[in-house]
Write a protein of this length. Structure first.
Length: 531
């Protein structure tokens, strides 16, 4: 291919930048990649190509282009920020934080780069750095609603609820159509008669475009939350169904795909391996279970111990297993990955996980990894890390399913697609129940099963049981987990800063008439439902 004349290259680069600025990712990528092939190396060209590839979810290409941009011009904080974001999207948390730290050291002054760095730190569970970056963003661009929303999210993680509420209200003043902010505001506290947003939300819903699925999703779920707080359960459930139906229409989900995956996990697992074949590190305590089952509560109890560092929800084990398997498919976990994973080097897998988490776990002798969906990997974790402790948290199946259906999880995460339909949620629970019973059978003694209701009803007895299993000495601080200052970025961020309440037990009874189909599905699947 012939070299491009300088003036032509400059003109094409200008068009590529223009396309990038108007979010025409495909055109920006085409123009920039043509320049990569035909013009001399140029940092800006690689930057445009990398950002476009990242937005198009072509993450390996994005990392390659953005890394080249940072080498050609290492003084551009915005280049490093986008490189860090691509690394984060590839679940390379340690490398992402290192790149972000390099960007911060250069003193970025543009809001977009600072916001990008805040997102990177949030996704890497470094909430203190995230809050600092988002605070800087708001100082630089106080009139951008989305920046205030991100700042509010970091404040919630830090437990600064009143400050978060003020930021969300300001964000909605700036942009009433920042729909997700309505739901965040509704979730911040229990709404009360005379002090709620129901009337405002109803007005917003009445004027919103019925074809705008995002608006319908967030506004209906906001109303569902607030009406439930006010005790109007039938109307709350009606809005919940409508909101989730709007979200379901935005997804491409089939419960058959999940069934095939769960079966592949059980069929491919090679069985428990001798401890000598794994990596001998006893630092991690894995806490997992169905989302909304009490995993955050159990993790907060553990991380209140002075010997335990809270590391949040880490995706590092899944990333390590994916790479060890050699699977080239896009999903982090699928049938192809599990079939290839049976013959992995267990010690190498465990070592890779520990090394990947080291930047987050060096402060205490032990650390928690509280990713709920690690229940999918439990057998592989046990083989790779024979010294690790595995804690399975379970909850009343009706409360678990209702909790998943009530919750709006990350729209970017495919693991939660089942939660947009009540009966799909029940089907997923049945798959979960079968899988964790399988793990208990093939890994006798390796997994402690705790029930949320038992922890609530007999907190000290079950805390002692938990600490004994984890090999930790008793510490009274574990009974006062609500004083734990560690950040929380899960759906339970507000609740776990309060003492244990029994009013969250048997919540499903408020919606018993609406949940009759779910109950029948669970009971037909062999799951006992108690009143």
């Amino acid at each position: 291919m012939s070299a491009m004349p300088v003036q032509e290259a400059q003109a094409q680069y200008a068009r590529a930048v223009e396309a990038l600025n108007r979010t025409d990712w495909a055109n920006a990528q085409q123009l920039a990649m043509d320049l990569v092939r035909r013009a001399p190396p140029h940092a800006g060209v690689y930057f445009v190509a990398g950002v476009a590839a990242r937005e198009l979810l072509q993450i390996p290409l994005a990392m390659q282009c953005l890394e080249r941009a940072t080498r050609l011009n290492p003084q551009r904080a915005d280049y490093l920020a986008q490189y860090a974001r691509a690394l984060s999207q590839a679940s390379l948390a340690s490398q992402a934080v290192a790149a972000a730290d390099r960007a911060v050291a250069l003193g970025p002054s543009d809001p977009l780069s600072c916001d990008t760095l805040g997102v990177v730190y949030s996704q890497s569970n470094d909430y203190a750095k995230a809050a600092a970056m988002f605070r800087r963003v708001v100082e630089l661009a106080p009139h951008i609603a989305s920046f205030r929303f991100n700042h509010a999210t970091s404040l919630v993680a830090a437990g600064e609820v009143e400050a978060a509420e003020a930021e969300l209200e300001k964000a909605l003043e700036l942009d009433p159509k920042l729909w997700k902010a309505h739901l965040s505001l509704a979730n911040l506290r229990k709404q009360a008669p005379g002090d709620n947003h129901v009337e405002a939300l109803q007005s917003r819903l009445a004027s919103a475009d019925a074809a705008d699925r995002e608006a319908q999703l967030f506004l209906h779920l906001s109303l569902a939350k607030e009406l439930e707080d006010l005790g109007d359960y039938p109307r709350a459930f009606g809005h919940l169904e409508q909101g989730k139906a709007a979200g379901h229409a935005m997804r491409d989900y089939s419960s058959d795909r999940d069934r095939e995956l769960f079966e592949a996990i059980m069929d491919s697992f090679p069985g428990a391996q001798p401890a000598a074949s794994g990596f001998g590190n006893g630092e991690p305590i894995f806490v997992f279970g169905m989302p909304r089952s009490g995993t955050t509560l159990v993790e907060r109890i553990l991380s209140s111990h002075p010997d335990v560092q809270s590391c949040g929800e880490l995706h590092h084990f899944g990333v390590a297993l994916k790479r060890a398997s050699g699977s080239q498919t896009r999903p982090m976990l699928d049938v192809d990955t599990m079939r290839r994973a049976a013959g992995v080097d267990w010690a190498a897998l465990g070592r890779r996980y520990i090394e990947a988490t080291r930047s987050l776990t060096g402060k205490s002798p032990r650390f928690t990894d509280k990713l709920p969906h690690n229940f999918l990997y439990a057998g592989y974790i046990a083989n790779a890390l024979p010294g690790a402790k595995l804690v399975l948290v379970r909850r009343n199946p009706m409360d678990t399913c209702l909790g998943n259906f009530r919750q709006l999880f990350s729209l970017a995460a495919p693991n939660y697609d089942y939660s947009f339909d009540l009966l799909d949620t029940g089907r997923y629970y049945l798959l979960f129940d079968r899988l964790v019973r399988f793990w208990q059978e093939v890994l006798p003694g390796r997994i402690l099963e705790l029930h949320y209701e038992d922890v609530v009803e007999e907190q000290e007895v079950n805390t002692r049981r938990l600490l004994e299993f984890a090999g930790l000495p008793w510490n009274d601080a574990c009974l006062a987990f609500e004083r734990n200052a560690a950040p929380v970025a899960t759906a339970s961020a507000v609740q776990v800063r309060e003492p244990i309440h029994r009013d969250r037990l048997r919540r499903w009874k408020h919606f018993e008439p609406q949940l009759s189909g779910l109950r029948a599905l669970l009971e037909e699947g062999g799951v006992r439902v108690t009143d």
